[in-house]
Ligand binder design. Structure first.
Ligand SMILES: [Zn+2]
Length: 82
């Protein structure tokens, strides 16, 4: 059986959690200028969001589509949105 493209993107950490697991937390990444903007009380647009397991700290997935960065600028993606 061949793995589909989606299956190959789907990743699990050593504990078996995927990005939609409640224990897996979104972690936003910002550019250098974005980090400076935080100091000016401005919420910059993230450049990527990584999904990190809260137990083993492994990254099980990431998104960097601009429309999703805009969508999650002021909040975190819920498990069903990942
Ligand atoms: Zn884990």
């Amino acid at each position: 059986m061949y793995a589909s493209v989606v299956d190959s993107i789907e990743e699990r950490c050593g504990c078996g959690h995927d990005r939609a697991h409640p224990m897996v937390r979104p972690e936003k990444s910002y550019s250098f200028w974005g980090q400076i903007a935080f100091g000016l009380f401005y919420t910059p647009l993230p450049i990527a969001i990584r999904f990190r397991c809260g137990k083993c700290r492994a990254v099980v997935g990431a998104i960097d589509e601009p429309e999703l960065m805009q969508k999650f600028r002021y909040r975190e993606p819920k498990p069903e949105e990942r």
